[in-house]
Ligand binder design. Structure first.
Ligand code: UDP
Length: 237
């Protein structure tokens, strides 16, 4: 798989279905895989932080979350044809797990959030087995590792915000019998119904950022990463 590279950060050009097909083959080969969401904010942060850049680039799939990465690919003649968002990737992986009988573990968020997310996902996908879960505030790491291995989960979703969740995955994956790891940020909050996504109209047009800006004007400063990122891409060779 040929990666695209924006300001030193790799991005996987695969769409949801291509990732599922690739992952299935990797699982059959007994390989572990990691999925990390990439957006302009993370790329700008990685420019100044070598460790973060390495963390992103050493992942198996760097999914193009955020319309900025899609625009950068279009501007540079890349192959990325649509966004692959963290929350939709998780949803697709959950469906894959339900259809192909792979157990799932949810780790992160507040206790009531993770339990509600578990319940809602099991209602949405009959046959899905979320064999266990842990909230994101448990301090005893050995207990967490043992719990995950005892659950026999093959897919693990970690929702503790970025880069905390990715650092935890890198640190612990060698001790886990898990095959697929995804850091999913606030996704359990979305699946639990606690946080609403932007209406489909905004999502389809790729202007989720505009909806968020209207709802939370204080995000303005964070969102400046997008135009700054695009200016840099235009300037970069
Ligand atoms: N969280 C957690 N443990 C922590 C810190 C955060 O489980 O020590 C959870 C928090 O409850 C929330 C999620 O991580 O569910 C944070 O999501 P956020 O939207 O901040 O992440 P982003 O998508 O911005 O990386």
């Amino acid at each position: 798989m040929e990666k695209e590279n924006y300001l030193g950060v790799n991005v996987s050009p695969l769409n949801y279905e291509e990732i599922i097909a690739d992952l299935r083959a990797r699982m059959e080969a007994g390989l572990q895989s990691t999925i990390i969401a990439v957006n302009p904010e993370k790329v700008m942060a990685a420019e100044k932080n070598e460790e973060l850049r390495q963390l992103i680039n050493s992942s198996t799939y760097q999914i193009p979350d955020g319309v900025g990465i899609l625009l950068a690919s279009k501007m540079k003649g890349g192959k990325i044809s649509s966004r692959v968002t963290g929350v939709d990737m998780m949803d697709r992986l959950i469906r894959f797990a339900a259809e192909e009988n792979h157990k799932v573990f949810l780790y992160g968020a507040k206790e009531e959030v993770v339990t509600t997310a578990k319940q809602k996902l099991e209602e949405k996908y009959p046959g899905l087995v979320i064999s266990d879960y842990e909230n994101g505030y448990e301090k005893d790491n050995e207990k967490i590792i043992n719990k995950i291995n005892a659950s026999r989960a093959e897919l693990l979703f970690v929702a503790m915000g970025s880069p905390k969740q990715e650092l935890w995955i890198r640190e612990n994956m060698g001790m886990l019998n898990v095959k697929v790891f995804q850091g999913v940020g606030g996704s359990f909050d979305v699946f639990s119904g606690k946080v609403q996504r932007a209406p489909l109209f905004f999502r389809k047009l790729g202007i989720e950022w505009l909806y968020r800006l209207l709802k939370e004007p204080t995000r303005f400063k964070r969102q400046l990463a997008l135009p700054r990122f695009l200016m840099k891409i235009l300037g970069a060779k």
